[in-house]
Design a protein around this ligand. Structure first.
Ligand SMILES: [Zn+2]
Ligand SMILES: [Zn+2]
Length: 347
């Protein structure tokens, strides 16, 4: 049932890029009324993810320009399209990388929604969250618990769910050694989740100066990868059941494989086109595996937020107003963000 029927087009401020590799400019854009099965959201906050660079630079296929990227959205339901059930105007919701699934392809019919052949990513399939409003399919919606501000909830839709979901579905059990490669937007959440999930947690990052931060996030051990021999030091701790590779560095991933114990898994999250180097010898006798992991469904985002609310896991964020999008994006790209840049709209 539609709650709003007025025809006047709604305009919102949005940060768009008009050509591949272009700069951001904040413009007024029209938002359509939500079609059946869709809702219109007021965006309160949107995280700035490294994958946004893949859209800005047209590194993914068929990126639409002018582009409004952004897939770590948090806000409120503002209008319901026809046939929307279970959601009301005013509900606080997050929309992450999983921006909707088709419900009819083979993976969807198998219940494997994250591998939907027509999965929609905000900013790719439809205008994303670097804006004051978005229109999204209801299958994209995750409820935000009261414990979370919008700005803290936003990064859970990509960085949060990706690390939590891959760890909870990994081979590691309570007390097992789990190493998190990288201490950035994903890594600082991965270390917190690993600790709260009951793993003996090792943070691996570049430079001795990150040791205190890693311990504050719950790491039991810190390995400075600049000092070399990451694999040897993981073996000295007993060998890792899981290495969660959040840093987009294939060299760092390759160097960690010999740090895996028997039946250990290298879980690849950091996206880069460079090949990971591994020999059959490294895999066979120890039954090691190397595999990737996508993010998670809207329900997975909800479960990530629920677990984080229970355990105190929070992203450490730097917020910037939407007008400062270019500076926020540059700071994310520089690697200096501590630890996630989040745009806020003041809505
Ligand atoms: Zn992302
Ligand atoms: Zn599908």
């Amino acid at each position: 049932m539609s709650t709003e029927t007025f025809a006047k087009p709604l305009t919102v401020r949005a940060a768009q890029v008009t050509e591949p590799g272009g700069r951001f400019s904040v413009v007024e854009r029209e938002l359509p009324e939500p079609q059946p099965g869709h809702v219109r959201l007021t965006v309160e906050a949107c995280g700035v993810c490294r994958s946004d660079a893949g859209f800005v630079n047209a590194g993914f296929p068929n990126v639409p320009f002018p582009l409004v990227t952004g897939h770590e959205i948090a806000g409120r339901v503002e209008a319901l399209g026809d046939g929307v059930e279970g959601w009301d105007v005013g509900d606080r919701v997050a929309v992450g990388w999983f921006g909707g699934n088709c419900g009819t392809c083979l993976p969807c019919r198998q219940g494997d929604f994250i591998h939907c052949a027509r999965m929609q990513v905000p900013g790719w399939a439809y205008p994303g969250g670097y804006a004051e409003g978005v229109v999204v399919p209801v299958s994209a919606l995750a409820r935000i618990p009261d414990e979370f501000s919008a700005a803290e909830a936003a990064p859970m839709g990509c960085a949060g769910v990706t690390t939590f979901n891959s760890l909870r579905h990994s081979a590691a059990g309570p007390g097992d050694l789990v190493a998190v490669l990288g201490l950035g937007g994903l890594g600082h959440l991965g270390v917190q989740f690993a600790g709260k999930l009951g793993f003996e947690t090792v943070a691996v990052a570049r430079g001795a100066d990150k040791a205190d931060a890693a311990k504050n996030f719950g790491a039991h051990h810190y390995i400075d990868s600049n000092a070399g021999d990451v694999a040897g030091r993981l073996q000295a701790l007993g060998g890792a059941k899981v290495v969660l590779a959040t840093a987009a560095s294939s060299d760092a991933m390759s160097a960690a494989i010999d740090g895996l114990g028997n039946n250990g898994e290298l879980i690849v999250l950091g996206a880069t086109p460079e090949p990971i180097q591994v020999s059959p010898f490294q895999l066979i006798s120890s039954s090691r595996t190397v595999h990737g992991h996508p993010s998670g469904t809207a329900r997975d985002v909800e479960e990530t937020l629920h677990f984080a609310a229970l355990t105190g896991v929070r992203p450490l964020i730097e917020t910037r107003p939407l007008d400062d999008v270019a500076a926020a994006y540059d700071r994310m790209m520089s690697g200096d963000a501590r630890y996630r840049m989040v745009l806020t709209t003041g809505r």
